[in-house]
Structure formats: C-alpha cells, structure tokens
Design a binder for this molecule. Structure first.
Ligand SMILES: C[S@@+](CC[C@H](N)C(=O)[O-])C[C@H]1O[C@@H](n2cnc3c(N)ncnc32)[C@H](O)[C@@H]1O
Length: 217
C-alpha cells in the first residue's frame, strides 16, 4: 500500500499542481465535471483563514505535498516553527523548493500513522487533502490528535463520500485504483462522530464532496 502511494505521487508530481490549482482548461473541465466545481484554491483560502495571522507557535503540516497551497502562508508566518511532513520524497522535494530559504520551516519524510514527535508538541496540526490518501485513517486520526497540545487546533479538509455520485464514482474507480486515494472513505456524519470523540469543539463545513474542519482539542 505504501509503495503504491509513493509511486502514484511520483508519477503525478509534474501534473499535480496544475490539476489542483486549475491552471489549464483540462483541469478546470475536470474539476467542473467530477468535483461539482469545488475550487481547491478557495478551499485552501478557507482553511488557511482559520490560522491567526500573527500565529507564532508550532505548526505541523501533514501531508505537505508540494506545498502548492500552503507555501505563501508558511513563508509569511516567520515567527512560527513549521514542520512539513509527507510520505513521498518526490512531493517533499517540491515543498522544499517552494520554501527554500525559510529557516522557520523544516521538512520530515514520515508516516502520519507513526508521527516521529512527542505527545502535545504542536499548537496547530494542519491537514489539507490528506485523509482521503492515508492508508490507515484510524492511526492518522489518533496520531494527529496525540501530537496536538490541549487547546490546540486541528484544521484541514478532505474528500468525503455520499455527496455526489459522479465524484464517488471517480474516487472508487479511478483515483483509488491509481493510488492517489485510499479507501475506506467516511461520510460527513461518520467523520463528525470520530472528531467529536477526539476534540472538545468540532466545526465542519462542506463544499461539494470536500469537508473543511476546524477542531479544538
Ligand atoms: C492529495 S496530496 C495533498 C498534499 C497537500 N496537502 C495539498 O493539498 O496539495 C496527498 C499527500 O498525502 C501523502 N501521503 C499519503 N500517505 C501518507 C502517509 N501515510 N503519511 C504521510 N503522507 C502521506 C502523499 O504523499 C501526498 O503528498
């Protein structure tokens, strides 16, 4: 499973940024047809807006991917200590290039299911488009909660099933087979139940098949 994910993201590293940021006619058509027009640029603005502009604590971005959506924000948070973790070295290389020269940002290759950090290390755990890719979601939920300080925020977004038949079809028949997504996927209600067990405050907000969350431990 891990090898499948590594090679899927290695194979897509040259088109990944373009498809997600809708840089071409093809990617805009793909998003409109299969993703109800949900704009990842807009989703990124929404989840990043949950982070205070003067944030100066410790933040974990998992999975950072190529940092296509987060690099500008992380660059501007120069008083924070930002750790970017991803399983794929190819994706991490993209993030390193985008954030070169930022001494407050560090990079770690690792598995969200076995985070190499002590409990209660971070003030914010930020996770954009990660949980639909993670192979062991239960470990990912418990590990991200473990490394968060009490009172810290778990912020991010990912795909949930049950909102759009065509999106669910694409995810089950193409994206999961290629290794970009990994089942099982949650519904909004299943996710709400799981987050409520881990966090004292849970806010969810959906746009098409993408759920944004802002939780406090
Ligand atoms: C869809 S990308 C999202 C990247 C970025 N957050 C974004 O929004 O562009 C999913 C990422 O999850 C990473 N990933 C998959 N399984 C992982 C795991 N077990 N631990 C850490 N990262 C993982 C992949 O390498 C990939 O970079």
């Amino acid at each position: 499973m891990a090898d499948k994910i590594q090679s899927a993201y290695k194979a897509s590293k040259n088109i990944y940024d373009d498809v997600l940021t809708q840089g071409s006619f093809f990617s805009r058509f793909y998003i409109r047809l299969f993703w109800s027009g949900t704009d990842d640029n807009e989703i990124a603005r929404r989840v990043l807006s949950f982070i205070p502009e003067d944030f100066h604590g410790a933040l974990l971005d998992v999975p950072v991917g190529t940092a296509v959506f987060t690099a500008n924000a992380w660059r501007s948070l120069s008083d924070a200590a930002i750790t970017c973790l991803d399983y794929s070295e190819d994706m991490l290389d993209g993030a390193r290039a985008r954030l070169s020269g930022c001494e407050h940002v560090s990079f770690v290759q690792g598995d969200v299911g076995a985070l190499p950090f002590a409990p209660e290390t971070f003030d914010i755990v930020f996770s954009m488009n990660g949980f639909h890719a993670f192979p062991d979601k239960e470990k990912a939920f418990s590990e991200t909660a473990r490394v968060l300080k009490p009172g810290g925020a778990f912020i991010g977004c990912f795909y949930i099933r049950g909102k759009s038949k065509i999106t669910d079809w694409l995810v089950n028949n193409i994206l999961s087979k290629k290794g970009w997504f990994t089942p099982p996927f949650q519904t909004e209600e299943e996710l709400r139940r799981r987050l409520t067990q881990l966090y004292s405050r849970v806010e969810l907000d959906t746009d098409g098949s993408i759920v944004c969350f802002n939780c406090v431990k």
